[in-house]
Design a protein around this ligand. Structure first.
Ligand code: URA
Length: 440
């Protein structure tokens, strides 16, 4: 077999065989196939796509390129969750303890943030003492004891994806449905849970900017999961505007705890409840309606919040900060951005606001950049809100005295105030299950 011939096939829009996909991925991971040939293949896939069988095979081979985690030491059905990434998206911190409080098991490995989107591991590390690196035994013991453990990706999980993603990032081939679906699902299959809930974001802050493309991506990933014997459901949720009011690591932990204590923002609470209900449905706790009631009850009776605190203590963290937010480290500089005119917020571009948080120090510009846990933004006005001239639109938090001017300029550019109240957009657009798409 020669990589040259496989590139030629894909260039002419022909399907690759299982053996050819295996040859290509194994050869690339081992270093026998050079970056320039793989780049050419990625671009051919970007233009011509792959059929369902090719995508499933590619995903399985990428998953098997490293460790396949065996979670059988954890009793009960395990459910994983994945978000395609967003600004202010802190739902893992909320849904994981809700599901655990209702009897599901969540053994979850999360990633760090890069660019305008935050990562769960960075948010968790803003809790003093919290360890995101646990050995396998401690990880399993924590899930058995608390129902949930949230840690960073460890071991050699889907190394083929790591190498391919780095190449896609510099060859303009990230935004391809077969490549995104195989990348995400290879890691989910390797991570070992029985069921997978996917949160596919749609809108300005997401990879997929249109609802049709988001549904196509969701269907592709659901087919891969079900084809590999994992029960899989996807929700398509809005990422045109940031989720909730807080952006930044400790800021997002505090807002997540507000939701668990029953007084979080309405949009974040609603999306979290829908995600959690679907995770409980996947592990067989009842109908979606029954699962929703269970999830709501776990917030009302405090068990979801206490479950999160128990996990934090089990992983070395100081849970007193979750009860008294004043104990979190504070950013030395805070600035309000005030409205220069009255009207309605007609635009609040999630991606651009995510970039503001990076300038303030909350995110990474390169994968080795340090994170300022206290930096970020609290929005006071969101998409659709009425605002008077002189009212605060947002407060910026930073440790960089010089960041204010650029951050404020960018924030104003990301926000548009106009005379008319804009149309309300749904928070959840659709639900995708095997052979079924429900649009809301
Ligand atoms: N997230 C991933 O893990 N992979 C992609 O390709 C895109 C988003």
């Amino acid at each position: 077999m020669r990589m040259y011939d496989l590139i030629t096939k894909k260039k002419h829009n022909e399907a690759l065989t299982d053996a050819e996909i295996e040859y290509m991925i194994d050869g690339y991971v081992k270093g026998d196939i050079p970056d320039y040939q793989m780049s050419s293949m990625l671009m051919a896939i970007w233009f011509n796509g792959m059929n369902d069988h090719e995508i499933t095979e590619l995903t399985k081979i990428m998953a098997k390129s490293g460790d396949m985690i065996d979670l059988s030491a954890i009793a009960g059905k395990k459910v994983d969750k994945h978000s395609t990434g967003g600004v202010g998206d802190k739902t893992t911190l909320i849904v994981a303890p809700i599901v655990a409080a209702c009897g599901g098991k969540v053994a979850k490995m999360s990633g760090r943030g890069l660019g305008h989107t935050g990562g769960t591991v960075d948010k968790l590390e803003s809790i003093p003492g919290y360890r995101t690196v646990l050995d396998r035994k401690k990880f399993f013991d924590t899930v058995n004891k608390c129902g949930v453990s949230l840690i960073g990706q460890s071991g050699n999980l889907a190394p083929a994806d790591k190498k391919l993603y780095a190449l896609r990032d510099v060859t303009a081939t990230v935004d391809s449905i077969p490549l995104i679906a195989s990348s995400i699902m290879s890691k989910k299959l390797a991570a070992g849970s029985d069921c997978i809930l996917l949160d596919v974001k749609t809108g300005s802050g997401a990879f997929m900017k249109t609802l049709d493309d988001s549904i196509k991506l969701a269907q592709t990933m659901v087919n891969i999961g079900e084809g590999a014997g994992r029960r899989t459901v996807a929700l398509i949720t809005d990422m045109d505007t940031p989720l909730g009011y807080g952006i930044g690591n400790s800021i997002e932990v505090m807002e997540s705890m507000d939701v668990l204590k029953g007084h979080g923002p309405a949009d974040l609470t609603e999306v979290s409840l829908q995600l959690a209900s679907n995770m409980l449905y996947l592990v067989g706790k009842g109908t979606p309606e029954e699962c929703r009631k269970m999830a709501e009850k776990s917030i009302e009776d405090g068990t979801a919040f206490e479950t999160f605190c128990t996990m934090v203590r089990a992983q070395g963290g100081d849970d007193s900060v979750l009860r008294d937010y004043d104990k979190f480290q504070k950013a030395p500089y805070t600035y309000d951005i005030v409205a220069e005119e009255g009207g309605y917020i007609e635009k609040q571009n999630a991606e651009e606001i995510g970039e503001v948080s990076v300038v303030l120090g909350a995110g990474r510009e390169t994968k080795d950049s340090a994170i300022d846990f206290s930096a970020g933004i609290i929005l006071h006005k969101k998409y659709g809100d009425k605002v008077e001239k002189g009212e605060a639109l947002a407060t910026l938090y930073t440790s960089k005295e010089t960041a204010r001017k650029e951050a404020e300029r960018m924030y104003r550019e990301a926000t548009k105030i106009g005379p008319n109240a804009p149309k309300k957009e749904p928070l959840v657009y659709a639900r995708v299950e095997k052979d079924k798409v429900e649009k809301y």
